[in-house]
Design a protein around this ligand. Structure first.
Ligand SMILES: *[C@@H]1O[C@H](CO)[C@@H](O)[C@H](O)[C@H]1NC(C)=O
Length: 303
């Protein structure tokens, strides 16, 4: 049995936090589900960009559902224990989802780059099949990484403290609780993997966005520029906030436990809400699709 300290045990704050997280959880579920349903149902949204957006939303639905329900339950009941087994499962699922998410964001970036920089060849370059391959690779990478971690963890024993000062089972920051012959190798492998993959992804994203912006600036008409920019600005905001948070979370040394928790909360809450907020509020196609859905719903009710 482990104890996740979470928000501590100030009883005054628990109901408030419970309510807050419940509302956010339901909003994230509803918003992301809406995006998936719209993209699946509306033929106008059957484009690579929206396939990626919907896949990202599906990942977010799974992601909030691995972390928040347990947090909600512990806020509601005051029971902060979790079995080591469950904690490891939660950790593994979380790892799969966050790796997949990262790669999906990168795929979206490449998709936007090709759409803006090579508009004529774009339909031939990025079709449903290519898109499907990219999505599949994102998942395969996440799952393979998690299996590798699991293989190491299974060979080691838990030798850390019973109490972890975290909101959900994130051993990434606390590999120390595992002991065993191979744990050094694990630390080395995970550090190298995360440094290389993060730097590669970050560089790729940066370079791609610089190319995108240069290409947009080259467009002669200002409406054309605006249109090109609007198709990638939502993604740029998502990527900016996502990596901003990840970098603060892992690169900034532990400044202070409270600060870490604030970042964790921001990550748990904001990232899953970003997709629905940005794409529903800012994209004309999604607006139109929503309007059509509403009209269809009203017509259905009158029948
Ligand atoms: C995810 O992407 C694949 C491949 O492009 C697509 O067929 C599928 O519909 C997408 N998933 C969702 C939930 O939209």
């Amino acid at each position: 049995e482990l104890i996740l300290l979470g928000f501590g045990n100030g009883p005054e704050l628990q109901p408030l936090l419970f309510l807050l997280f419940l509302v956010i959880y339901l909003a994230a579920l509803a918003g992301n589900l809406l995006i998936v349903v719209l993209v699946v149902a509306d033929r106008h949204l059957h484009t690579p960009m929206y396939y990626f957006v919907a896949n990202l939303s599906a990942v977010e639905i799974c992601s909030v559902s691995t972390t928040l329900p347990r947090l909600l339950a512990s806020l509601a009941t005051g029971d902060r224990t979790i079995s080591l087994q469950n904690c490891i499962v939660q950790f593994n699922i979380y790892i799969i989802l966050s790796n997949t998410e990262c790669l999906l964001l990168t795929a979206m970036c490449i998709d936007r780059y090709l759409a803006i920089s090579h508009p004529l060849r774009y339909p031939a370059l990025v079709n449903g099949r290519v898109c499907g391959h990219m999505v599949a690779w994102a998942w395969i990478n996440g799952i393979a990484y998690s299996i590798m971690l699991e293989a190491f963890i299974l060979q080691s024993i838990y030798c850390g403290a019973k109490e972890l000062d975290v909101l959900y089972c994130d051993f990434g920051r606390v590999y120390r609780p595992f002991c065993g012959a191979n744990i050094r190798t694990l630390q080395l492998v995970t550090s190298i993997y995360s440094i290389i993959s993060n730097i590669l992804i970050l560089l790729l994203t940066l370079v791609t966005y610089i190319c995108i912006i240069v290409n947009i600036l080259r467009i002669p008409s200002s409406t054309g520029r605006q249109k090109a920019f609007s198709t990638c600005s939502s993604h740029l905001i998502v990527v900016g906030i996502y990596y901003g948070t990840v970098i603060t979370k892992y690169a900034v040394p532990v400044i202070d436990a409270i600060f870490q928790k604030v970042i964790d909360v921001w990550f748990l809450i904001m990232v899953p809400l970003l997709n629905p907020i940005l794409y529903c509020l800012r994209n004309k196609e999604v607006h139109q699709s929503l309007r059509k859905a509403r009209v269809a719903l009203v017509a259905f009710r009158h029948k």
